[in-house]
Design a protein around this ligand. Structure first.
Ligand code: NAD
Ligand code: DAU
Length: 341
């Protein structure tokens, strides 16, 4: 009998898959049910190593569908308390700028559908995985704390802020045991190569141009995905009900420096850098003050950028087949082959 069941949403995506791998390793007695719609960002090839694990179940379904969400709760069984760790989202800012509706549907409506079913089932704890982008943009000074007012600027971050507020409302109105994490930019294995770091690694490896938006001086606060996953587990187990926790690596770099480092590690020329039209409404800088999670829950990032960036580059090099199948779209056939529809 499992000690605890975790319903992970979006577990076939980048951070969700890393979280599933971390749970299998760190909490081998827990049952994991992964509810994922397998959008373009969902890739079951991120999870081949856990497929045969008797404690792991995949449910193909959409968080905006009450039937699918109910099916996923059914798959959790009733012999152990069920907690939800909610990753599923339309996560890419550029896509949300061009096609905002999917972000609103999944991030806002999907979160409410999950919260409703969570309450109906009297489940244990709801952990909502949010983002530092809900706080908006910073100038050269300052950091986001949990007290920073929400001031999102893109359809993506606005829809995430909307979902944060729905979680807050569930706690306040219905006494739901929910917690929120707000993390900065992640990097590491299994990230879809539309995001800065894997895109630059993939393009540089093929001697293709590296598209840098605007002046390249936009600043992000980078954290290795495994550190984020361990922070989520810590908040799930020990966070205070109704609280939000910022998660960050205290690791700010302008984009152009990231791109130069990748080129240097790969031994590729800087002539591949191509400045392109800026992202509309581009947030200038993010920086996370993570002192609350450090002092209250004792969480610290374990990986520093100097070692984890080369590790990440090496991962994409040794997983060139994974990368090539994602870039070509072949990864989308995996579900049909594995599950027969
Ligand atoms: P991702 O885009 O790599 O993965 C998203 C996953 O959600 C995919 O597997 C996709 O199939 C699934 N999904 C999308 N819509 C769905 C739906 N309607 N129903 C069921 N499944 C659906 O995203 P990611 O980068 O892994 O981000 C995961 C979460 O973490 C998101 O909530 C994001 O807002 C948050 N976050 C991401 C970062 C980052 O740097 N990537 C930082 C902070 C917070
Ligand atoms: O801060 C957390 C957020 O980080 C998450 O909530 C989002 O889900 C995640 O996608 C990420 O958002 P960003 O917009 O910061 O990530 P992205 O990788 O798209 O871009 C990082 C920076 O690099 C940003 O300033 C835009 C720039 N960029 C990005 C791409 C894809 C480029 O200059 N060129 C590019 O081709």
């Amino acid at each position: 009998m499992a000690e605890r069941t975790i319903l992970v949403t979006g577990g076939a995506g980048f951070i969700g898959a890393n979280f599933v791998h971390a749970l299998v390793e760190l909490r081998p007695d827990w049952r994991i049910v992964n509810l994922d719609a397998l959008t373009y960002a969902g890739n079951l090839e991120n999870l081949t190593e856990v497929e045969g694990n008797p404690n792991y179940t995949f449910v193909h379904g959409d968080i905006t569908s009450t039937d699918d969400v109910s099916k996923a709760f059914d798959a959790c069984g009733d012999d152990a308390p069920v907690s939800v760790v909610h990753f599923a989202a339309e996560s890419h800012v550029d896509r949300s700028i061009h096609w905002p509706l999917p972000s609103v549907q999944t991030n806002v409506i999907g979160t409410q559908v999950l919260l409703d079913e969570f309450r109906r089932r009297s489940a244990q704890r709801f952990l909502h995985v949010s983002t530092d982008e809900v706080y908006g943009a910073l100038g050269e000074e300052g950091m986001f704390t949990e007290e920073t007012p929400l001031a999102p600027n893109s359809p993506y971050s606005s829809s995430k802020a909307g979902s944060d507020l729905l979680v807050r409302a569930a706690v306040h109105t219905h006494d739901v045991d929910a917690v929120i994490t707000r993390c900065s930019n992640n990097y590491g294995p299994y990230q879809f190569p539309e995001k800065l770091i894997p895109l630059m690694i993939a393009n540089a490896s093929e001697d293709k141009p590296l598209p840098v938006y605007g002046d390249g001086l936009y600043v992000r606060d980078w954290i290795y995905v495994r550190d984020h996953c361990e922070a989520i587990l810590r908040v799930l187990e020990a966070g205070r009900k109704g609280e939000a926790y910022n998660v960050g690596g205290n690791n700010e770099y302008p984009n152009i420096e990231i791109v130069r480092r990748i080129l240097s590690i790969l031994g590729k020329p800087e002539s591949l850098i191509t400045y392109v039209k800026d992202r509309p409404g581009h947030d200038r800088r993010y920086a996370i003050d993570a002192s609350k999670i450090r002092s209250e829950l004792g969480w610290e990032p374990r990986f520093d950028f100097g070692t984890a960036l080369p590790l990440t580059i090496e991962w994409y090099q040794t997983h060139s087949v994974w990368l090539q199948r994602v870039r070509s779209g072949e990864y989308r056939d995996y579900y049909a082959r594995q599950y027969g529809s």
